[in-house]
Design a protein around this ligand. Structure first.
Ligand SMILES: Nc1ncnc2c1ncn2[C@@H]1O[C@H](COP(=O)(O)OP(=O)(O)OP(=O)(O)O)[C@@H](O)[C@H]1O
Length: 639
């Protein structure tokens, strides 16, 4: 069959070489997954053929019963996985079995640590697919013929999984792909049919096409009546399906075990780990569809890429239509994996048709709701699991309120933050819990945004809140400012930054405090005027504050002004930000302020006031416009 004159040798893409080397070492302890991966590819190939045949039925030829067959040759020490799916052309083989055409591949490799346990986890997330065959094989031969191609247009790919692979034009009688694994020394246990059957049952029971193995026939034998009686006729050998061969989502929930859901997830998501949670629903009536939606346990390495392929595997009336149908999931739920099988969409549906389609919109609404409800339930019933989810995907979910106005409140209830009520940086407090813990008379939800947990929790702006025991949420993710520009209240309670505007604690201030404030306003009115004259245009306003207890002064922005955090984010993104004028606030209780008020020498007074302002700016922004002038002033006072 092989025409050696025709053989060409090609080098693997550098990343493939790296992946192969790492994979063989890191995944050996889990070696049997190779069969799941190859059977999974065969099932995908059947799905693709079914889809293509919708518009060209002749592609089936005389072989319309799609299946995958596994056979063993003990003498040759090979396992063969043979499918009659879509097959591959020469170009397909080169691009699929010699390269990794995925965005973020080089970043992925940069992230590997050399630590086997960690790396095997990462490789699992990356997905090894076909290449996992090399865990148990010293050589792999792939013979493949694309659907619609002639027998002599087939191609053979062969490699030892090291530097290169060979391509040869061959003749193949049947359509599809045959993968021959030449087992490594020591892998003989895989040559036992019962062992392979066990692996297939464990991992691939839910595959929609039958997985068949050869069942040996029985020769004619003596019947129950002895040598003179009637003989038991011979039974011919046959291909016997060893799986259920019905797509998992078509079965009813009561028929399915958790393990089956988990294995099916690994098939569709190309993940190695069990999912965190799933939701399986069949809807009948006006709209007819089945959805099976999973939340993975771990974020993929390239989750930050909003352009990354995502979405559900779409089927129409059980026929596979496309992978990554992103129209059914909003971008902020791009981590959700699953299957959607619609009875209402036409079989010839394309991405373009989906784009602008009423059925798509209502399916998207329904699927989004299902995911949010699933998350709500998890948050309510299983704190630990929910926090695991939050740590993996919380930052993506925070994109939600901006993207999905209709579900804003629901999404907001799922958000979790660090808080002054909890020790450490863990993000555990949601708005609901915050409201439960509110003080008598408290009407607002207070938060602070900062670069990191330490600067948030140590911020001077929290002083009065700590004194009064009022909880403040500590928002330290880059996305938080953006989130807050789309989320201004929750459950009728306004979200208020502790660094913005004139702090009005309303009913939380007692009468004594109010009286003290009024007295201070009177007492310090001439100081305020004097400072305003000294600072002039440098500040938007000067006023007294009661948000500080330990610190002499601070700067704040207007209610509707940009926070320093937002300015920093915009600047780091290279955007021009208009110069910001702060409101300068003084703590009338602080000794330093009292001393400044008593300073008669105008030059010393000016230096002190400017220093107080610069200190406050430094705390708020982490930088000063003119550090040299600041140091000169400090030195004048020290000297
Ligand atoms: N049996 C097969 N029949 C037809 N095409 C196949 C077959 N096996 C693999 N391929 C092609 O090779 C590609 C690469 O396969 P591989 O298993 O490495 O990755 P994958 O299935 O795309 O994803 P993952 O790496 O996440 O498993 C597939 O996407 C498919 O196009």
């Amino acid at each position: 069959m092989t025409d050696t004159v025709n053989t060409e040798t090609h080098g693997f893409q550098a990343e493939v070489k790296q992946l192969l080397k790492l994979m063989i070492h890191s995944l050996y302890s889990n070696k049997e997954i190779f069969l799941r991966e190859l059977v999974s590819n065969a099932a995908d190939a059947a799905d693709k053929l079914r889809f293509k045949a919708l518009s060209d039925n002749s592609l089936y030829g005389d072989d319309g019963e799609l299946r995958v067959r596994i056979s063993i040759d003990k003498t040759a020490r090979t396992i063969t996985i043979d499918d009659n799916g879509i097959g591959m052309s020469r170009e397909d083989v080169i691009s699929h079995l010699g390269t990794i055409a995925r965005s973020g591949t080089s970043e992925f490799f940069d992230n590997l640590s050399g630590d086997q346990a960690k790396d095997s986890q990462l490789i699992g997330q990356f997905g090894v697919g076909f290449y996992s065959g090399f865990i148990v094989s010293e050589m792999i031969t792939v013979n493949t013929r694309a659907a619609g191609a002639a027998a002599d247009q087939a191609i053979q790919w062969e490699s030892e999984g090291e530097g290169d692979y060979r391509l040869t034009n061959i003749t193949k009688e049947s359509r599809g792909t045959e993968i021959i694994l030449h087992l490594r020394e020591g892998e003989d246990d895989l040559l036992e049919a019962w062992k392979l059957r066990q692996i297939v049952n464990k991992y691939s029971d839910h595959i929609s096409i039958p997985v068949e193995m050869w069942k040996e026939g029985q020769p004619e034998s003596e019947g129950p009546d002895g040598p003179d009686g009637e003989k038991t006729p011979a039974v011919p050998g046959e291909w016997d399906s060893v799986t259920r061969a019905s797509a998992l989502w078509t079965l009813s929930k009561s028929e399915l075990k958790d393990e089956e859901y988990q294995e099916f997830y690994k098939h569709i998501a190309h993940d190695f780990e069990d999912p965190l949670i799933w939701s399986h629903n069949r809807v009948e009536g006006k709209q007819e569809y089945t959805s099976l939606l999973y939340i993975p346990a771990r974020a993929p390495f390239d989750m930050w890429n909003r352009e990354k392929e995502h979405g559900l595997k779409l089927y129409v009336q059980r026929v596979f239509i496309m992978d990554d149908a992103e129209q059914f999931m909003p971008t902020y739920l791009r981590f959700v994996k699953g299957v959607l099988d619609s009875n209402d969409l036409p079989l010839n549906v394309s991405r373009e048709i989906l784009q602008d389609n009423k059925i798509t919109t209502s399916l998207r609404t329904a699927c989004t709701k299902r995911v949010l409800t699933m998350l709500e339930r998890m948050a309510k019933n299983d704190d630990e699991k929910y926090l695991k989810f939050w740590n993996e995907f919380g930052q993506v979910l925070k994109e939600g309120p901006a993207e999905d106005m209709a579900n804003k409140e629901k999404i907001a209830s799922l958000l979790r933050f660090s808080s002054t009520s909890v020790d450490g940086a863990a993000q555990e407090v949601g708005f609901g819990k915050y409201i439960e813990n509110m003080q008598e008379g408290q009407e607002k939800i207070y938060y602070i945004t900062a670069d990191n947990y330490t600067s948030a929790v140590k911020s001077a702006y929290l002083e009065i809140f700590k004194k009064k025991g009022i909880e403040v949420l500590l928002l330290t993710d880059r996305i938080d400012e953006w989130l807050l520009s789309h989320l201004t209240d929750f459950d009728g309670k306004q979200l208020v930054s502790v660094t913005k505007g004139d702090l009005d604690l309303g009913a939380l201030d007692d009468d004594d405090a109010k009286k003290a404030k009024e007295e201070a306003t009177e007492e310090f009115s001439s100081l305020i005027e004097r400072i305003k004259t000294t600072l002039g245009e440098k500040v938007a306003d000067v006023r007294l504050t009661h948000r500080l207890t330990e610190t002499p002064s601070c700067v704040v922005t207007n209610e509707d002004g940009m926070s320093s955090q937002m300015i920093k984010l915009m600047e780091s993104a290279g955007q021009a930000v208009p110069p910001q004028k702060y409101i300068f606030e003084l703590n009338p209780e602080h000794e330093m302020i009292k001393r400044v008020a008593d300073e008669a020498d105008e030059t010393v007074f000016a230096d002190r006031v400017q220093l107080l302002l610069e200190q406050a700016q430094l705390t708020e922004r982490g930088s000063l416009d003119d550090p040299a002038a600041f140091i000169a002033r400090m030195n004048r006072l020290i000297g």
